[in-house]
Design a protein around this ligand. Structure first.
Ligand code: XIL
Length: 314
């Protein structure tokens, strides 16, 4: 049979997955499926600050290199995720951050080192992840506390110093038009007014408790495109509250995946990344209880209806 990858490539569309470095090393079925079916990879955790920084003065690039080099070896593009985030900071970080007033210099060096290392390898960076709180206010993070809202401008500038990759702002819950995406829109409009080098917006699209309306997603994509930005769907998965859907909800899930790809094709958002490859590898069951546990495109190595729905619409 033909692969999703070949269909996507002929359509000029990118289909990606979040990739786990250990599975890549230890599970041949996993990496064979990846290279066959996807055109782009995102390291699921390896490029986050915690995994990368065992101590304030050292870096551990082993896992990140493994995922990035895998992508390059098989002619896939690579999304870098993520340079600045409030979660998955190093274990030593909290204590250090309270006592050290060098946070700004630390972040600058981190971005220069990490984005610089992958200068010719990573095509798109999520420079800042999840800076807006659910109510639309600025999220109180260690970066915000130390530098105020300017931390975003600085972070994008530092990334721009060392890479030609497209520089993205990425968030969840801002997929359709709502209070949070309005706040993201205002944040980014401000950055553009200040000539901050931002190229795109990543909509995570974790459809975990509800399915953002595809028409509203399309409208949201259009308004960011009207600012001159690209938009990508960066972390999609689809789960339902248990008991609220039939045991066999895979057709419903397939329809939803299809409608999002359609929204992408209509609006010109040309990349959709799912947050994992096989259902069994998904982060969802470990992080949420009471949700269905099959959010992705593959059941083992078997393509699900959602896979076929995407293939069909491409
Ligand atoms: C998740 C990973 O999938 C998990 O393995 C990890 O334990 C926690 O982070 N939004 C993001 C991703 O931007 O980085 C998160 O990934 C999921 C939510």
């Amino acid at each position: 049979r033909t692969s999703l990858r070949s269909v996507a490539e002929s359509r000029g569309f990118d289909v990606g997955a979040a990739v786990d470095a250990d599975l890549l090393r230890n599970d041949a079925g996993y990496w064979k499926l990846l290279r066959r079916e996807f055109t782009t990879v995102t390291p699921e955790n390896a490029l986050k600050m915690g995994p990368l920084r065992p101590s304030p003065d050292t870096y551990d690039f082993g896992d990140a290199d493994a995922v990035v080099n895998f992508g390059l070896e098989y002619d896939m593009t690579v999304r870098g995720h993520t340079l600045v985030w409030h979660n998955q900071t190093p274990e030593w970080f909290e204590e250090w951050a309270y006592t050290d007033d060098g946070i700004e210099g630390f972040l600058r060096d981190h971005i220069h080192t990490v984005a610089g290392r992958y200068r010719d390898k990573i095509d798109v960076w999520d420079v800042v992840n999840e800076a807006i709180a659910d109510d639309g206010s600025m999220r109180e993070t260690v970066w915000y506390d130390a530098m105020g809202e300017a931390y975003l401008d600085e972070a994008f500038g530092w990334a721009d110093d060392v890479t030609d990759a497209d520089l993205y702002y990425n968030d969840y819950g801002a997929d359709g038009i709502n209070e949070k995406s309005d706040a993201v829109y205002d944040l980014i409009t401000g950055m553009l007014d200040r000539d901050v080098p931002i190229d795109g917006v990543g909509l995570q699209l974790h459809a975990l408790h509800d399915e953002p309306d595809p028409g509203s997603v399309a409208e949201n994509v259009y308004r960011f495109e009207d600012l001159g930005l690209d938009v990508q769907i960066t972390e999609m998965d689809v789960a339902y509250p248990e008991g609220e859907v039939p045991e066999d909800h895979r057709e419903q899930q397939a329809q939803y995946y299809r409608s999002i790809v359609e929204a992408c094709l209509d609006t010109g958002c040309e990349t959709l990344v799912t947050w994992g490859v096989r259902d069994g590898d998904s982060w969802v069951p470990g992080w949420f209880s009471g949700l269905t546990d099959d959010p992705l495109l593959f059941d083992g190595s078997t393509p699900k209806p959602a896979y076929h729905a995407i293939m069909d619409v491409l």
